[in-house]
Design a binder for this molecule. Structure first.
Ligand code: NAI
Ligand code: 15L
Length: 266
């Protein structure tokens, strides 16, 4: 469904941006692709805008004229605070200020499961659970969620915060059997966020229909996301190539996996 005229996709040069580039064309008349890294020339139905999210003037120009934003751009792993601060904290602020000035009314924000990475793998949480970030990266995504809530409460800009689990071609390890999100389900979820009548400010966990899960999306039924893929088809292969986890290791205890032990950096 073409829900919007011009749709902005940030982080278009990244792993998920490349996957969504062709899929999101079904959801808009014009897809404006942006990143600070090279994207390549615009194809039919596309515009390309190079932009550093930390540069307010560039972000303002990137946002002018769009009806909705899918915001994937930023540092996507645990790292030193400075680059995370520039891209994910200052960058998110610049994006929402530009959205406010240009009257953009809906944003889909790529948050992360690392906002709640310090819950245990034996717990099931929903969107009402308090954030428990597992590092600077998770903290920056928690900031993005709070920032977007403020811009909804104050200015009425709707945001769907997708706490993406692990979106890769297939689950790489036993943890990802719980966190996996197929690329097609990621697109289904973003399309649902763009088209559902009322988003308000919502938090939804980005996962496929996996038998093992730590997340309950019952508070986000209004988004209308119905996953169609499952990590379960990969279970035997993943078990065959990985050994049993050491249950004394925090990496195996907490939902954030390796992120809970990453760093400090810098
Ligand atoms: P990625 O690292 O492949 O892509 C991120 C893109 O953002 C890159 O192309 C990079 O050049 C761009 N970027 C970084 N700093 C920038 C800046 N200051 N200005 C402009 N562009 C900048 O990450 P991936 O895997 O594609 O993830 C996309 C989004 O989804 C990220 O926000 C990530 O945090 C989030 N996410 C991804 C998950 C996954 O499983 N792939 C899981 C959870 C969240
Ligand atoms: C994320 O937030 C990262 O962007 C991605 O690279 C994966 O590591 C994912 O989380 C995960 O938790 O598996």
């Amino acid at each position: 469904m073409k829900s919007h005229g011009t749709l902005l996709l940030t982080g278009a040069a990244g792993a998920l941006g490349k996957q969504l580039r062709h899929r999101l064309k079904a959801n808009c008349d014009v897809l404006r692709l942006s990143d600070r890294a090279e994207i390549g020339p615009a194809q039919a139905g596309e515009e390309v805008v190079l932009c550093d999210l930390a540069n307010a003037a560039e972000v303002d120009a990137m946002v002018a004229g769009v009806q909705a934003i899918v915001h994937l751009g930023g540092v996507s792993v645990e790292a030193a605070f400075e680059p995370i601060m520039q891209a994910n904290i200052l960058g998110a602020y610049n994006l929402y200020e530009a959205a406010r000035k240009h009257g953009v009314k809906r944003v889909v924000f790529a948050s992360s499961n690392h906002v709640t990475g310090f819950y245990r793998q034996s717990e099931t949480i929903d969107a009402s659970a308090a954030p428990r970030p597992d590092g600077m990266y998770g903290l920056s995504k928690a900031f993005g969620e709070d920032l977007s809530r403020f811009y909804f409460d104050r200015y009425g800009i709707e945001t769907a915060c997708i706490r993406i689990g692990s979106s890769f071609p297939e689950p790489k390890d036993r943890r990802m059997l719980a966190t996996w999100l197929s690329f097609d389900d990621l697109h289904r979820l973003i399309a649902a966020c763009l088209t559902t009548p009322v988003v308000g400010h919502s938090i939804i966990f980005g996962m496929s229909d996996n038998a093992v899960t730590w997340w309950d999306n019952r508070l986000a039924r209004h988004i209308g996301y119905v996953p169609q893929d499952s990590s379960d088809v990969f279970r035997d292969a993943v078990y065959a190539k990985t050994s049993a986890p050491d249950l004394n290791d925090p990496v195996a205890q907490f939902q954030g996996g390796g992120f809970v032990a990453a760093g400090p950096f810098g």
